[in-house]
Write a protein that binds this ligand. Structure first.
Ligand code: UDP
Length: 377
C-alpha cells in the first residue's frame, strides 16, 4: 500500500520548515511533526507587550549567499538591523565589538590604524615569541590563538572571561577555531559580521516560519519517539532534524551540549541598555550577555514608541536531559561518538539527517537554509 505522505519531517525548525517548503512546492506530500507546542525550533519568538522576544536566544540573520537572501526575503522582507554588540569589561568600561579601531581607541587611546597596528604588534609579540621558542607553528588552543591574534590586554578584558563562561572550560583547553571567526579590523567598523546581507524578518521570525510552512500539514505537541513504529511507516521518506544519538537509542553513548538559561524581565522603561546586545566579559558576572529585544526591530527614536522593554540575561550551562540542547561540544570525545552514529546514518536509505542536532554541528541560520535547499529530494 502506498504511504499517505512522501515525506515525514521530524522537527519544525528552520531546516525542517525550509525542506518542507521546497518539497511541497514540488508537489510532494509532506507532514511536519514537532514535539514542542510551537513551530520554528529555536528561532521562535514570543510576543510580549508588542515586542518579539527571541525565546531561545538572539538570532541575527546574516549571509553573503544571494540565493539564500533572495529566498528568505521572498517569504518575508527583512529589516536593516546590523549587529553592533558592545562589551562591558572587567575594568568597568564599555568597548565596541568586534575588535576594531573603536575598540583599540577605547583600550589604548590609539587614533590611527598605524598606531593601532604598532600596539597590536607589541601586544602579540609575547605569544608569538613563546610559540616560536616552543617550536609551535599553529596555536594549540583558544588562549594561544587569542594571544597571538590580538594580545594580552584584549584577551584579558574581552575574551577570557566571556569564553570560559560560555563554554564552561578554561581557554587553554578549548579549540582555537572557536575564536577564528571573530574579525579584527583596522577600521572604525562596528558591524559584527563581514557578510553582504543581514537583518531580522519584518514582524519577527515567526513570519518566516509561518510563510515556509504555509499550506503544509503540521502537527505540534507530537513526539516522534512516543510512537516511533507509527511514524516510521506513514511516509516514504523521513527527514529527521532531532538528536541523532536519540534516533539510535544512545547505543554509542550520549552526545554533550551546552545550553543557555534565560532570565527574561519586562521593564517599565522604553530604552534600558540602548543596544540589542551587551556582552559581559568579566568572569565575576554570572551571565554572558543581556539582550534587549526591541532593538532588533525598532531603530533610532522608534524605540520610544513603546514605553516598555523586555530584556533577557543569558546564562550558559552544561546540558542535561529535559533541557533544550543548544551548542554541540565538538571536542574529540564527542566527535568520536558522533562519527559512529554518522556511519549508521550513512547507511539509511529512507532517512535523511539534517540540521544542528542531527548533524551535531554548530550552524548559523543561512547555511541551514542553503543546506535544506540543496538536499536531493
Ligand atoms: N567571544 C569573546 N568575547 C565576546 C564575544 C565573543 O571572547 O565578547 C568569543 C567566545 O569565545 C565565543 C566566540 O567568540 O565563543 C564566538 O562568539 P559569537 O558571539 O560569534 O558566538 P555565538 O554566541 O553567536 O555562537
Amino acid at each position: 500500500m502506498k504511504n499517505t505522505y512522501d515525506y515525514l519531517i521530524v522537527g519544525a525548525g528552520l531546516f525542517g520548515a525550509t525542506f518542507a517548503h521546497r518539497a511541497n512546492s514540488q508537489g510532494l506530500r509532506c507532514l511536519v511533526i514537532d514535539k514542542r507546542p510551537h513551530s520554528g525550533g529555536n528561532i521562535y519568538c514570543e510576543n510580549i507587550h508588542g515586542i518579539n522576544v527571541h525565546k531561545y536566544g538572539a538570532h541575527i540573520f546574516h549571509t553573503s549567499d544571494c540565493r539564500v537572501w533572495d529566498f528568505v526575503n521572498a517569504i518575508v522582507p527583512f529589516n536593516r538591523y546590523t549587529n553592533c554588540p558592545v562589551a562591558q569589561a572587567p575594568d568597568g568600561k564599555l568597548y565596541n565589538l568586534p575588535f576594531n579601531m573603536n575598540t583599540f581607541y577605547q583600550m589604548w587611546g590609539v587614533k590611527t590604524p598605524e598606531e593601532a597596528q604598532r600596539k597590536l604588534d607589541e601586544q602579540r609579540r609575547e605569544a608569538i615569541e613563546k610559540m616560536a621558542a616552543e617550536g609551535v607553528d599553529e596555536p594549540r588552543n583558544l588562549e594561544e590563538q587569542a594571544l597571538s591574534l590580538i594580545g594580552r590586554d584584549i584577551y584579558e578584558q574581552l575574551i577570557k572571561g566571556y569564553t570560559e563562561k560560555q563554554w564552561g572550560r578554561p581557554c587553554n583547553q578549548l579549540p582555537a577555531f572557536i575564536i577564528r571567526r571573530l574579525p579584527v579590523r583596522l577600521t572604525f567598523d562596528n558591524n559584527y559580521f563581514n557578510d553582504s546581507f543581514q537583518g531580522i524578518p519584518i514582524g519577527g521570525y515567526n513570519r518566516l516560519i509561518d510563510g515556509l510552512l504555509k499550506d503544509i500539514e503540521v502537527k505540534l505537541d507530537t513526539d516522534f519517539f512516543a510512537d516511533r513504529a507509527h511514524w516510521a511507516n506513514i511516509a516514504d521518506k523521513i527527514l529527521f532534524t532531532g538528536k541523532i544519538d536519540e534516533f539510535y537509542d544512545y547505543q554509542f553513548g550520549k552526545l554533550e551540549y551546552r545550553t543557555v538559561r534565560f532570565e527574561t524581565e519586562v521593564l517599565n522603561t522604553p530604552n534600558w541598555q540602548g543596544n540589542a546586545v551587551v556582552n559581559y566579559t568579566s568572569a565575576d558576572v554570572p551571565f554572558t550577555r543581556i539582550i534587549e529585544h526591541k532593538h532588533f526591530e525598532r531603530f533610532g527614536n522608534e524605540v520610544y514608541d513603546n514605553p516598555i522593554t523586555v530584556i533577557s540575561r543569558e546564562y550558559s550551562t552544561e546540558w542535561h536531559e529535559g533541557m533544550e540542547p543548544f551548542y554541540p561540544v565538538n571536542d574529540s570525545r564527542n566527535q568520536e561518538i558522533y562519527r559512529q552514529y554518522k556511519q549508521l546514518a550513512d547507511m539509511e536509505t529512507r532517512v535523511i539527517f539534517g540540521g544542528r542536532l542531527a548533524e551535531y554541528k554548530y550552524y548559523d541560520m543561512a547555511p541551514i537554509i542553503s543546506q535544506a535547499l540543496s538536499l536531493p529530494l
